[in-house]
Design a protein around this ligand. Sequence first.
Ligand SMILES: C[S@@+](CC[C@H](N)C(=O)[O-])C[C@H]1O[C@@H](n2cnc3c(N)ncnc32)[C@H](O)[C@@H]1O
Length: 166
Amino acid sequence: MGLGRGWYLVNARRVAGAVVTLMDLNPVPMEHTRRRLRGKGCEVRAVTGNVLDPVPDSAGIGFDSVGVNFVMHCVPGSFAEKGVAFAHFARVLAKDGTLFGSTILNQRPRTLFGRALTAAYTRVGAFNNAADDRVGLEAALRAAFAEVEITDVGDVTLFSAQRPLR
Ligand SMILES: C[S@@+](CC[C@H](N)C(=O)[O-])C[C@H]1O[C@@H](n2cnc3c(N)ncnc32)[C@H](O)[C@@H]1O
């Protein structure tokens, strides 16, 4: 979900033999990622979709994992609003599937560079994390999954969730 330049997928060690479904609001990063995955030995499918809406039926259902890296801080609203995305992901995961991702919460970045980058991205509307905090992230994940883990690495918050509730 939310592909950008597809860095994570392109550098993942275990895509060979997998069916990889790409979803993004914008077809451009999807096509870019699809091109970069050529030759990696996976079957690639793509659907246009907004994480705030239910995952389109054409994407399929019963996924082993859903990855949402560096997307939620781009999505407007607090986790009370945009956290609905986690319920949409839970609905399409297999019973033993895993949601994993990363985001940048609205905590003061540790470095000057981080602070400057956050301010610049917020000014141009690329970051929408003014109301994003750990309590909200955890509540939104726990509304959709029975098991949740959240860890900070520097200015980045990593999360994973299992046992989708539906
Ligand atoms: C910062 S990039 C993420 C890049 C990539 N996951 C990575 O870590 O390298 C954010 C991506 O999320 C997509 N995106 C933003 N809001 C979205 C939404 N509401 N639904 C689906 N995709 C969204 C953008 O089009 C963009 O491709």
